[in-house]
Design a binder for this molecule. Structure first.
Ligand SMILES: [Zn+2]
Length: 587
C-alpha cells in the first residue's frame, strides 16, 4: 500500500466535544481513581449513536441532557476496541448537549494513563500518582475523543490526600478541605488536545523563577532537594522569555510547572503548563552532577518549553506529523540554549548527538522515510525511532540554513499565529516558510522527508585563472553499497559553500550533477556550517586545502566535526583511503 492510501482511523466527526468538566477522585487506599465527567458536545447532524474513546475504564450512570433540558439515557452502551458506543432509542437532534457519566479504574501500573508510582515522602516510600497521555492514553483516564484535532477546554477538579501537592495544567482557583482529603479546583484551560492534559499528586517542595513578563516557573522536587531544581527554574524562565520573543507570541498560559516523577517512561513530557520529567532531565546538583548532566537539563527543559508553543498552542493534525513536532522542538531547543549559554557550543553537540545518529540509521539499507503515514494512532510508538527524531531535527536545521534566520523566523511566526489554538499539517508550515522566503520549501522537504536515505555529494575542483571550478555530483549513501534503484534517487540539495577568503554562497543542486565557481582561495568547504543532511567526499585537490585549513585551525567547530563525520563514514563504503581519515582525526 502506498503512503497516500493510508488514512487515519478516526471517530466520526459528527460529534465534537467543546468542554470537559472532570472531577478526579484519587483513592490511594483502594488503589483506584474515579472521575465524574460532564462532556459538553456539539452534534452536527441528528444521530442515534455517540462514540468516544475509553480504555480499561468502567463507565456507569451515563445520561444526556439535551439543549431543551430533556434528560435521555442510552438504550445500550458497549466498549469495543477502545471505543465507547452509546446507542439511543430516539434520534438525538443536531445541536449542543451534555453527556454525564462516572468512570473508574485501578491506577495504571505501567507508567501510562493515570498511573501510580513509588515516590518518597522525606525518607519514606509512598505511592503518588501522575498522568502520561501521549499518544493515546488519555482514554485510560477519562472518556473523551482522544484525537489531536478534537480540541476542547478542560475544567479539572482533583480530590486527593490532604498532605499532597496537586498539580494540573492551570493554577488552582479554589480549594476545599475535608477530614483527610482536599479538593482542588483548577482554572479552565484554553482549547487544547487531550494528550496534553496532566495531573500530578504527590509530596514535593518547589523553587521558582519569574519571566520578564511575570510568569512563574516552578520546579517541584522531592522534599529536601529543591536546591537541585534551581538551575531548571532559572533556565526555564529565560527560555520562556526567549521563545516569547522568537515566536512573537506571549507565553500562552498563566504559569509553568515542571515536576520530577520518580518512575517515568520517557525523558520528559510537554503537558501544557505542567511538564513532567524523569529526575535526571530536571534536577542538577552543583556539588555532585557533571557539566554534561547540566547540559542535558538545559536541553530537555528548552525542548519541552518549545512545545508549549510548537505542539501545544499549534498542534499537529495527526500522528504522522509527530516527527515535525519532535524534530522542531529539538532544533529550536538547541537554538535557545545556544543563545542563553553560548560558550557551551551546543550545535556541535547537536551534530554529534542527533545528526550523527541519524546518519548511522539512515545509511543502512533498511532505513525508512522521516514521515511514515500512520493509520492507527497507537502505531506511532512503533514507527517513531532515530530516523523520525534525529533526521527530522537535522532536516529542520537544513531548512534554517537554506532560508536564513530572518525568513525562517518570519515563516514560523506566520505559521504559529495563523494556526494558534488549532491544528496544522506539515504542508501548512512549508507554505508559511515559502511565503516568508519565496523559496521552494515544499519541494525541498518532499525530497528529504518522504523518501528514504540521504546523498553523498562528491566534489572535485580545478583552478581556472582566478577562479576555482567545482564539480559536484550526488548519489545515495548506503553502508552496504548502492543498488540500481538507489542509483536513480536524487535530492534537491542546497549546498552551502565557504572558502578561505570568507566568501559564502549557496548552490542549489537539483540534478545528479552540477558545477559552480568560487573565487580562487586556499580552501573550499562544502556543506559550510554543516547545515545540510548529506555527506561529502572531496577530491585530492580540495582535500589538500582542507587538511591545511584543519592544521591551521581555520575551520570552525561544526565544520571541523563535519569533516571528521564525513571522512570517518566513507571507508565503510570503500570510498576513501583510511590514511585520510587519520589525517583529519589527528588535526
Ligand atoms: Zn518533544
Amino acid at each position: 500500500m502506498s503512503g497516500d492510501e493510508v488514512k487515519p482511523v478516526l471517530l466520526p466527526d459528527n460529534v465534537r466535544p467543546q468542554k470537559y468538566d472532570l472531577h478526579f477522585n484519587l483513592n490511594f487506599e483502594k488503589d483506584l481513581f474515579t472521575v465524574d465527567e460532564k462532556i459538553h458536545v456539539k452534534v452536527a447532524a441528528a444521530t442515534k449513536e455517540l462514540q468516544f474513546h475509553a480504555l480499561e475504564l468502567e463507565v456507569e450512570n451515563v445520561s444526556l441532557r439535551l439543549a431543551d433540558g430533556k434528560e435521555v439515557q442510552p438504550s445500550s452502551q458497549a466498549i469495543d476496541n477502545e471505543v465507547l458506543t452509546l446507542t439511543f432509542a430516539e434520534e438525538l437532534p443536531a445541536g449542543e448537549l451534555d453527556v454525564s457519566l462516572k468512570a473508574s479504574a485501578p491506577f495504571n501500573k505501567n507508567m501510562t494513563g493515570l498511573y501510580s508510582y513509588q515516590g518518597v515522602d522525606g525518607d519514606t516510600p509512598r505511592t503518588f500518582a501522575c498522568t502520561q497521555f501521549e499518544a493515546t492514553d488519555a482514554r485510560r483516564a477519562f472518556v473523551c475523543i482522544d484525537e489531536p484535532t478534537a480540541k476542547a477546554t478542560f475544567n479539572v477538579v482533583m480530590t486527593l490526600p490532604k498532605d499532597m501537592v496537586g498539580l494540573s495544567n492551570m493554577p488552582i482557583t479554589n480549594e476545599e478541605s475535608g477530614d483527610s482529603t482536599k479538593t482542588l479546583h483548577f482554572g479552565e484551560t484554553p482549547v487544547m488536545s487531550t494528550y496534553l492534559l496532566a495531573l500530578v499528586a504527590g509530596v514535593f517542595e518547589s523553587v521558582e523563577a519569574v519571566t520578564k513578563t511575570g510568569t512563574v516557573v516552578r520546579v517541584w522536587t522531592p522534599l529536601g532537594r529543591k536546591g537541585e531544581g534551581e538551575f531548571a527554574a532559572d533556565i526555564g524562565a529565560r527560555v520562556l522569555d526567549f521563545f516569547a520573543e522568537y515566536f512573537d507570541i506571549p507565553f500562552p498560559l498563566p504559569k509553568q510547572d515542571m515536576v520530577t516523577i520518580a518512575e517515568f517512561a520517557a525523558g520528559a513530557m510537554e503537558n501544557w503548563g505542567l511538564v513532567t520529567y524523569r529526575e535526571t532531565a530536571l534536577l542538577f546538583d552543583p556539588a555532585k552532577s557533571t557539566t554534561a548532566a547540566k547540559k542535558r537539563v538545559a536541553e530537555v527543559v528548552a525542548h519541552e518549553l518549545a512545545h508549549q508553543w510548537f505542539g501545544n498552542l499549534v498542534t499537529m493534525q495527526w500522528w504522522t506529523d509527530l516527527w515535525l513536532n519532535e524534530g522542531f522542538a529539538t532544533w529550536v531547543g538547541t537554538l535557545a540554549v545556544d543563545y542563553l549559554l553560548p560558550t557551551w557550543n551546543v550545535w556541535t553537540n547537536f551534530l554529534s548527538m542527533y545528526t550523527s545518529r541519524a546518519f548511522d540509521s539512515d545509511g543502512l539499507p533498511s532505513t525508512h522515510p522521516v514521515e511514515v503515514p500512520i493509520a492507527e494512532a497507537r502505531e506511532v510508538n512503533d514507527v517513531f525511532d532515530n530516523i523520525s527524531y534525529c533526521k527530522g531535527a537535522s532536516t529542520i536545521r537544513m531548512v534554517h540554513s537554506f532560508l536564513g534566520e530572518e525568513a525562517f523566523r518570519n515563516g514560523l511566526r506566520i505559521y504559529l499565529k495563523r494556526h494558534k489554538y488549532g491544528n496544522a499539517g506539515t504542508m501548512d508550515l512549508w507554505k508559511a516558510w515559502e511565503e516568508a522566503s519565496g523559496k521552494a520549501v515544499s519541494s525541498l522537504m518532499h525530497d528529504w522527508t518522504k523518501t528514504e536515505g540521504h546523498p553523498l555529494v562528491t566534489a572535485s575542483a580545478k583552478e581556472e585563472g582566478d577562479v576555482i571550478r567545482v564539480h559536484v555530483s550526488q548519489e545515495r549513501y548506503c553502508t552496504s553499497g548502492v543498488t540500481e534503484d538507489m542509483k536513480k534517487q536524487k535530492w534537491f540539495i542546497p549546498i552551502n559553500v565557504v572558502s578561505s577568503n570568507g566568501d559564502k554562497m549557496v548552490f542549489e543542486l537539483h540534478d545528479k550533477e552540477g558545477e559552480f565557481t568560487v573565487k580562487k582561495a586556499n580552501w573550499v568547504k562544502i556543506n559550510a556550517g554543516q547545515g545540510g543532511f548529506y555527506r561529502v567526499k572531496y577530491d585530492d585537490y580540495l582535500m589538500k586545502g582542507l587538511n591545511e585549513a584543519l592544521s591551521k585551525g581555520e575551520l570552525d567547530g561544526t565544520d571541523r566535526l563535519g569533516m571528521v563525520m564525513d571522512i570517518s563514514a566513507l571507508p565503510t563504503t570503500g570510498d576513501i583511503p583510511t590514511d585520510q581519515v587519520c589525517k583529519v582525526h589527528t588535526s
